[in-house]
Ligand binder design. Structure first.
Ligand SMILES: Cc1cc2nc3c(=O)[nH]c(=O)nc-3n(C[C@H](O)[C@H](O)[C@H](O)COP(=O)(O)OP(=O)(O)OC[C@H]3O[C@@H](n4cnc5c(N)ncnc54)[C@H](O)[C@@H]3O)c2cc1C
Length: 443
């Protein structure tokens, strides 16, 4: 087995997020916490910084409390796909929660996409943003039919150009016959997550907000007259409002949310340097691609080119990133057998925040504001709902969202430790394999 391992990963394999090479963890000065301020924001990812930026530009005193270094969580570990949707495809979401709320949420996810793209442009954030488009290959012919309805709906309801691609033309999009056609959408892009976070951090600091790294918040107490005391490892701070922006890293200090947020481990792999021809043999158009399986394969061209970036084998916490790289490699090669000699130079993991209804949530509990649960679609949704949180605390009429007032669900069997995930991942992997096999037999 050793021989297989050493073939799959390069000798200089690294399990540190590759984005940290370009944007190393920022060493901010350890300034003392003030006795009091207007708002404490807990968490310094896209949600927390977007909220802090909106608040500071709205004239509020803001202190961001981060347990590790700024952006330590998913915001500097993700794949950088800038989508326009929620995790749920529109047609199944309409069937599940009804047409009107599903369409309102879908409309808002598109607004979130436009918000991020406009923000990057307006603020001139150099994060290698590329409007490359998205391809969504269907793993069964039935799913392709559903994607076709999705394409019609998106064009009719939102005026978005979405085109169903039949299996006979799929090689225009991806270099494999593994799937059964798919959906092509132009309104989708990709960026360098570390550079986007660094730009957001710079704008937040310039707006007057203070970011305290290595300052975990351990307790939030409600005081009289609508004030709060946030206890941190570096002392307490009294504030008029608290925002929790901890998503997949929500811990024991916020027990109500920890019982509702499911941390799902996900990884990203980066190939060794590859020729343009080899990259084009996988994705001739260079679009971000995510297939429709429960446990999908997703891939894109590495920002700046020259390598393939991909993800697969989601859900199980990785003890050993070389092993994770090997699992992802197997999932990639199952779809692209001609790439079986491609080696992996980087593989790392991070935690996505999932919810039981697989929808993002924004709300207020015990006087504490929160936004989280993006279920893997956080580049646009975290930036958007973080901004909305800021508007909420400012009391702006623009704060309303289609996600307001939806109950953040819990389950009696869940206390913050996702013991059921291994069984869930095995079950969904089984369903994916079964559906693929049935589809293959029927075509
Ligand atoms: C591997 C991976 C790939 C992904 N790919 C994509 C993608 O391509 N496109 C997309 O749209 N989304 C993607 N996502 C999801 C996206 O990255 C997240 O939804 C988004 O970054 C969440 O931002 P956030 O600010 O809410 O949380 P995070 O960025 O996770 O930040 C939470 C922060 O809270 C801090 N924290 C926790 N507890 C405390 C405490 N008690 N006190 C102080 N600080 C605390 C943590 O240290 C952490 O820094 C991916 C996620 C992962 C893990």
């Amino acid at each position: 087995m050793l021989g297989v391992m050493s073939d799959v990963v390069t000798p200089d394999f690294s399990d540190t997020p590759v984005w940290w090479n370009d944007t190393p963890p920022r060493a901010l000065p350890l300034t003392p916490l003030p006795a009091s301020t207007d708002v404490a924001v807990i968490g310094s990812g896209y949600t927390g910084l977007s909220a802090a930026l909106t608040l500071a530009r709205g004239g509020r005193g803001v202190h961001v409390l981060e347990a590790e270094h700024p952006g330590y969580g998913a915001s500097t570990r993700n794949s950088g796909y800038v989508g326009f949707q929620l995790r749920n495809k529109l047609v199944p979401l309409m069937e599940r929660i009804g047409a009107a709320p599903a369409l309102a949420m879908a409309r808002e996810a598109i607004a979130a996409h436009r918000h991020v793209v406009a923000f990057i442009e307006r603020e001139q954030i150099a994060c290698k943003f590329n409007y490359c488009g998205r391809y969504i290959p269907a793993h069964t012919p039935e799913v392709l039919e559903s994607l076709k309805r999705e394409a019609e709906l998106m064009t009719r309801e939102f005026g978005i150009a979405a085109e169903a691609v039949p299996k006979s033309r799929e090689r225009e999009e991806i270099g494999t016959d593994f799937f059964h056609g798919g959906l092509r959408v132009e309104m989708s892009g990709a960026l360098h997550p570390g550079l986007y976070h660094a730009g957001l951090l710079d704008r937040t600091l310039a707006s007057g907000a203070v970011v305290h790294a290595h300052t975990p918040a351990t307790e939030i107490e409600r005081l009289r007259e609508g004030r709060f005391r946030v206890t941190t490892a570096r002392g307490p701070i009294e504030v008029g409002a608290v925002i929790l922006a901890t998503n997949g890293y929500t811990g024991k200090g916020a027990p109500w949310l920890a019982r509702r947020m499911i941390p799902v481990n996900a990884g990203v792999s980066i190939s060794e340097p590859l020729s343009d021809e080899r990259i084009a043999s996988v994705m001739p158009k260079g679009r971000t691609t995510i297939d429709t399986r429960h446990n999908p394969l997703s891939f894109r061209v590495y920002p700046g080119g020259g390598r393939i970036q991909f993800s697969a084998a989601r859900g199980l916490f990785a003890r050993d990133h070389r092993q994770k790289a090997r699992e992802m490699h197997a999932a990639f090669v199952a779809v692209f057998p001609h790439m079986n000699d491609m080696r992996i130079a980087h593989c790392w993991t991070g935690q996505m925040g999932f919810t039981f209804d697989e929808l993002p949530h924004i709300g207020l509990h015990d006087g504490v504001h929160y936004a989280m649960g993006y279920c893997g679609s956080g580049v646009h949704m975290a930036s958007w709902l973080g901004h909305k949180l800021g508007l909420r605390v400012l009391g702006s009429p623009d704060a309303a969202t289609a996600f307001d007032g939806r109950e953040l669900q819990s389950r009696w069997y869940y206390r913050g430790r996702p013991w059921f995930l291994p069984a869930y991942v095995h079950w969904t992997n089984f369903k994916d394999k079964r559906d693929l096999a049935r589809a293959r037999r029927s075509t």
